[in-house]
Structures are given as structure tokens and as C-alpha cells.
Design a protein around this ligand. Sequence first.
Ligand SMILES: [Mg+2]
Length: 446
Amino acid sequence: MGEMKAIVNFGNVPVGSRIIMDRLNTSARLMIVSDLDHTMVDHHDSENLSLLRFNALWEANYRHDSLLVFSTGRSPTLYKQLRKEKPMLTPDITIMSVGTEITYGNSMVPDDGWVEYLNQKWDKDIVREETSKFPEELTLQAETEQRAHKVSFYVKKDKAQAVTKALSEALEKRGLDVKIIYSGGIDLDILPQGAGKGQALAYLLKKFRTEGKLPVNTLVCGDSGNDAELFSIPEVHGVMVKNAQEELLQWHAENARDNPKIIHAKERCAAGIIEAIGYFHLGPNLSPRDVGDFLECKLENVNPGHEVVKFYLFYERWRRAEVAHSEVYIASLKANSLPSGVFVHPSGLEQQLTDRISALGSHYGDKQGQQFRVWVDRVLASEISSDAWLVKFNKWELSGEERQSCVTTAILSLKGSSISDGFTWVHVHQTWLERSEGKDESAWIV
Ligand SMILES: [Mg+2]
């Protein structure tokens, strides 16, 4: 691990991390730090089922008191592209470009302290100048992959070793301290010595410790060589997903074989992450997507977030005809809606909540056999009285190739005297977040 001594003054925590620090009053119950490609995201699962299972588990049981961190080799450009292609949640913290960029929240506010730390013994201009002396061997990658603290090339396998050695010497002579990573038999990344997925996580943990908010448990998740650094951080639990590459398994065999806090999962990608949550007893590990019938759902994990996840999962199954075509369901939803409650459709149309539920009743099976998935992101509830919550979330709907989403605000109140009696939906208000132009707005049901 690189030394952290030069990290900037913690008394003056930058605005970005304040967004995260202030959301939780105490330590996060669980912090998941996950790689994306072939770990959180399974590129061989066109239905994205394990990712959707993880999403439902996270939003129903963890979002309110835990932290989700994505750590990827992707640049912001390629990361945003992946988010458009896959049903991914919004993480609290995003670590990109092989641990050279740390950003916070949905608006991705950069961590200035990390930038300052990486600036030591680093000068991108010098790196560009020295690398330009190898025009035969080095091919510059796309401009989007060139970042403030990462310069990336393509290099043929037979040239890699010699170029790496020559560059290290040249850059050291120029007073820089760099890390050169060759991966996948083609990519050559030059980073400051202090950068990397492991160092970025160590920096975050140190920051949380200084604030007195060290997560109760941290679980790191990865599949390939550049994730090994994550597993070398002391105190964290780790899962190498089933489909982990040989290079990571070999690193584990040589360096961490006796560490009981690291497992090689039996399941692929996000399913392996859920498996690890259960194996290490880090909290609930039953995804609402694995619960067949919500009318029989146990009421142990009841909270407003769980209620929202449960409702939209039912909605998906109703339209896919994956639950029985029974009026009992619609009657139960109506019984859970305030008779005078209002639903504001993103088009602006206002309707009684119960009328909207009746409308949903007539859409049974209209997406049967089609690509149709629904998920919710950023589900956050705030208590507005002793028995009511204002719940805000983004609801996403994938239908065929089209993805649409709404910012949704709902008021839920307690149905009885205790939380285990469940909730009454009092009010729902939706506003378009992302919508395909020219699409019929009435196709959006709830
Ligand atoms: Mg990966």
C-alpha cells in the first residue's frame, strides 16, 4: 500500500464527500465496493437477472443505512455508457479509471483531496512527452480514456515488457513516481504510484475513520487482476465471484489462501455478491425477487423501501403474467391505498389512487413473453410524522429496447399501530426523468 501521509486536511472535508457523510448519521451498516464488468454486471446474462436480484435486495434492505461503491477501470465516458446499457443502481461513491477518480453521489462530485494526493510526483505532460518517444510501440487510446491521472495506450504483447521497463526508467529520471499496469494483453495504463483500486478504497476508509463513521462491515467484490488490490485491504470481507479470472485466483492462492474473510463464490457475478452477504452474515440476503408471493411475504424486513420494491416487483410480474390472474391481488392493493389518495401521472393527469390500481388490473399479461423489467433506484424515505414517510425514488421501466424513468415521490403511512401491519399508500407523484421522444405517455401505467 502507498503511504497516505500526504492526504489533505480532513478538517476541511470537501463538499462531495459531505453529501455522503451527511446522509448517514452513523456508520454505514454495510459498504459494498464492487467492480463492474463481470462482477456486478454479467455480460453473459442478457436478461440481467442477477443484477436485478441484487438491485431489489439493496433498495429494499440496505439503501437507507448502507453505502454502495462501484470501482471500475472504465473512464467516466465508458462508465456512463454502461449505465445506459444495463439496469444499474446509482452508487453513493464511484471510483473510476482504475482508482484515479473518486466521485460522490448522483451528480458525481469529484474528491478534491484525492486529486491533490495524486498530483504528487505526477505530471501528465511529462508522461505524454516521454511516451511520444515510442511511436512504433505505443498507440494512444481514445481521448475519452486519457484522464488527469491516467494515460492509456495499446501495446502489442511482444513489445510490452521492454517498453514498460524503458518508460519506468525514463519517467523516474524526470522525477515522477508512476505505476505502469499492463492488462488483458493489450492495455497499458500509466498512473501515479499512489493510484489504484486498493489505494482509493484505503483513502475512503481512512476518511470514514476520521469522521468516526467507519462502516461496520465492508465487502469487496471482484473478478480480475486489477481487483486484487481491493482484497489486500485489511479488515474487509471479500468475494471473488465464481467466474473470477485465473490471474485473481492465482493471486489469492499465493497471497491470501489462509484469509477466512475471502471466499470464491459458487455463483456468478451479482449472485455471488448476494451469496457472500449470506456467507459472512452481513445482513438480509433474500432478494425480494426470490420471494414468490407477496401476499404471503414475512413482515420481518418491513420498511418503506421494502414496500416500494415489493409494489413494483408485483407490477412487473402482473404485466408479465408471472402471478396468478386473480382479483385478490388488485383488491389487496386497493385496500392498501387511501380512498381519497391521489396519483399524479408524469403527464400531469391526476386520478384517484384506487382508480389507477383498477386501471393496472386491466393490463394483466400485456407484456407476457416480452422484454419487460421494472426496477427502482435511490429509494430514500424520510419520516414526516410518527406514522408517515415521504419516499423518493427513481422508477425505471425497460420495455423492449426502450428505457424510461420517473422521479417518484410517495407518501406512505402506517396501516395499523405497528410497522408489521404494513403501509397505506396516501399519495404518489411522478415526473419524467428520462423519456423516449414521441412515445405515447399513456403507456406508462404507474
Ligand atoms: Mg471486472
